[in-house]
Design a protein around this ligand. Sequence first.
Ligand code: NAG
Ligand code: NAG
Ligand code: NAG
Length: 415
Amino acid sequence: MRQMNFLTFFGILFLSVFAFNFHFTTADPDDTVDAAEIIESRGFKSEVHTIVTQDGYILTNFRIVHPLSKNINSKPILLQSGLFGSGDDFIVTSPNGFLDESMINLRDSPESIDYKRQGSNLGFLLANLGYDVWLTNFRGNYYSRNHTKFDPDSSEFWSTNFDEMATIDLPTIIDYVLDETKKETVGYIGVSRGGTTMFALLSDKPEYADKVKPFIALAPAVFIGRSYPRWVRPFIENNFLTSLLLDHPSECLPRRISKRLRSWTKIPMVNAIFAMIKPSLNLIFRVNESRAEVYLSHYPAGAPCWDIVHYGQFASNGFRKLDFGEKLNLVKYGTSEPPEYHLGKIRSNDIVIINSVGDRIVHPDNIVKLVNNLNVKPKKWIVINQTDFRHGNFVHSDGTHVNFFSYIFQILAGY
Ligand SMILES: *[C@@H]1O[C@H](CO)[C@@H](O)[C@H](O)[C@H]1NC(C)=O
Ligand SMILES: *[C@@H]1O[C@H](CO)[C@@H](O)[C@H](O)[C@H]1NC(C)=O
Ligand SMILES: *[C@@H]1O[C@H](CO)[C@@H](O)[C@H](O)[C@H]1NC(C)=O
């Protein structure tokens, strides 16, 4: 019996090497290209908008331009990815998403969208429904790895975290888009950290509620408690590791690492192992296993390591700014404890939260805690009741979980 398994194992290994070498001779066109090229490959026009923040970070953002947009007078919608993500996350999920002018008619009846045909790229779906889509990139990711003064490989550049993404990058981008489009408000859809940063901004500068309508938070990681996977704990709750990361500001999981991993998958043996792991990607994460290489080419896209430290602190500190330790906190904040983001100060009436019972990173209890901390209740709060709908499925999917997009489109149709 044991021998049989052994033989089967090598049989599969051999066949995988064979099959996947063949497979790789036809690389996916979305594999090695950047946002602008992906946007144009679907028949849209792309615009690149470089925005410089007051502290010198150069942020590169992409706009998906529908050829009819001039006639539609469309609402700008900002799409903000989660930790280690980039704007690419909203346009590489599935190979389709081509410009389709007939889709504009479905704007008020999103339940009739044929996702099999139109795909599961939120960016292209919104653009086809006639929205003015902006893929925004915070400091430190692949597209926003530049500075007016600091070398992107220096520790000065990486001495930052999502506190500044929330209080500097986000309002700078919002004001830029409002100015560029001459609109009164933007819509904002943030996944995970993309939601965290908006909750932080609306606590810190409550007046931004007037500029952001609606704010749709997909699994916002505001309270994460100890719900993140057990195996990560020793890393992010380790004092030695956190002080090491705090003392040596640097970049974590840059895209060049995912590119390297990606290139390793071209080595037959690695490829064979990868081929065997891939089906479980679908079973465990419910992503399209045939696009695993494409996902790996675009994610992770880099973030300041301080973000990891910060998320680790959330479990014990709650929703506060980064904790540098008493002495440095006094220097930086003037208080020994890092300042709290007062969720009670948020006065937006246009917050929509969507989360899933299957999310193990932002557990439903954490969302309950978030909602309980708000003084103004969310306009809408939708809980997806599917145990196999995971945290990552808000972005990547195998096509079985995309119906929740219709909630988003229904909400947007009311603005
Ligand atoms: C980074 O920004 C500087 C301007 O401060 C510019 O000259 C340079 O080309 C940029 N580098 C990249 C890789 O975009
Ligand atoms: C969620 O799904 C479970 C199992 O399918 C069901 O028992 C439960 O009633 C559902 N809850 C809601 C709120 O729909
Ligand atoms: C999964 O990926 C393959 C390869 O890119 C593609 O042909 C297929 O349509 C995708 N499936 C879905 C549901 O997006």
